[in-house]
Structures are given as structure tokens and as C-alpha cells.
Design a protein around this ligand. Sequence first.
Ligand SMILES: [Zn+2]
Ligand SMILES: [Zn+2]
Length: 263
Amino acid sequence: MIGCVALRSGSSGNSTLIRNGDTRLIIDCGINGKTFSNALAEVGESPLDVDGILITHEHSDHVSGLGVVLRRYKLPFYLTEKTLEKILSRLGKFDHNLINIIKPEDKFLIKDQIVNSFQVPHDAVETLAYRFETQRGDITVCTDIGSVSQSTLQKIVNSRLVVLESNYDLQLLRNGPYPRYLKERISNGHGHLSNGECGDTLCHLVQTGTEQIALAHLSQENNHPSIAELTAVQTLSDIQAVEDQDYKLQVAKRHQTSDWMQI
Ligand SMILES: [Zn+2]
Ligand SMILES: [Zn+2]
């Protein structure tokens, strides 16, 4: 089986499982140890079978559960030197042999899985997205991305399955309760991706072979699953792409485990 499932998604915690045959990788661990093992059990998996954890950046919604999970399951984890410096003091005691330093733009092997990392703009020290090569096409996980440049787009295109941030609706953000500095921080190109920007990106992706889409990391205050989904579907209809015919789409859930997407 080759696929991907969001265990949790959003500012209250992020963790995604990629499975390619017998290789199982986790992207981020921003949920507590109990939620992590329960969510894996819900999708028929066990933390003991996980081969590694890939960290995108130091924000707590991506690493808050990492220390506990490292102690409990002794899983190797992968991150950049700069991100390690940011989170090391928060991890508590763990076996430092589990640390694997990668470069922002890297290509490496975990068991038999080829992983490509690439840097994306976000208000953290060094934020990464990951692309996984499989024999049935690539899977890319890309959240916490302030904007999608041409060079970033080139790193994502041709992926068969994409988990892409659809963080906020611009109108809801503008009219919402956040103070002005926070609104600017979110939308200044180094914060999060809006539904509209996500939709525009998806048009390029579907035109280059993306068949499965998960909208991820939705804001609780400035978005709603139905708004994010509608924006994506409407934007994709501009290029005559039809849901369930040209692509499948789901919204990754905040407090629940999402459904498997398979390629
Ligand atoms: Zn985040
Ligand atoms: Zn972040």
C-alpha cells in the first residue's frame, strides 16, 4: 500500500503518516504521545513500526509531542541543524543517537524510501517541505508556507498526491478578531497560505498530474473546512478540472484522524 494520512492537522497540532509498502514515515509530531499512538491505531498502524520522523520546523504545533515520542518509541528523527538548535532544550532527555541532521535542500534515503527536502518561506528559522518518491508517483507534504514561488512550485509539480496548506480565507482574516500585526504576519508571504493561493497552486498541480489532494493546516478562526474546500473546487473549475473525475480532494481534520489517501 502506498499512501498518506493526516493524523491531525492545524494549529492545535500536526502529524502526517506516509506509507510506502513496509516503510512508514511521520512528518511532524505536534500532538501528544497518547494522541499519536491512538491516531496511528485508528488507521491500523503502530508507532513501533514507524521508521522515522521528519521535522518541518520548530513551531510547537509541529514538535510539541516529539520528546515524549522519542523517549517512548526510540524513533530516529530528521531535521536541520538550525531547527535542532531551536528545539533541543524543549525535548527533554532522549537518546541523541536518534538525531539525523539533514540539509534544507537534500535527498536522502530512509530504509528504502527516497526523501527530498526543500525549504519554504515561513516565519521559522528554516522550514522544510518533503517530497517522497514512490514507484506509483510522488507524495508531497507542504504546510506552513507563506507563498508559493515559481521555484517552490517546480519542487511540487508532478506529485501524484499532495498535502497542501489552505490556512485562511482572506476576507475572514481581514474582518476577523486578530490584531493587525498578526494579520500581517500571517499574510505577508512568510506566514501561511490562503485558500486562494492554495487554489491557484492546485491548478498548476492538477495540470501536471496531481490526482489526490488534502487541504491542510486550516486556521480555526479565519477559515472553515467548507470554505476551503469550495475555494479549491471553484478555482479548479476555472481550468475545467472536476472533483472526483480529475482529482480527489479531502480536508484534513483538526481534532480527528483523517481518511487514508492512496495512490
Ligand atoms: Zn503550523
Ligand atoms: Zn509554523
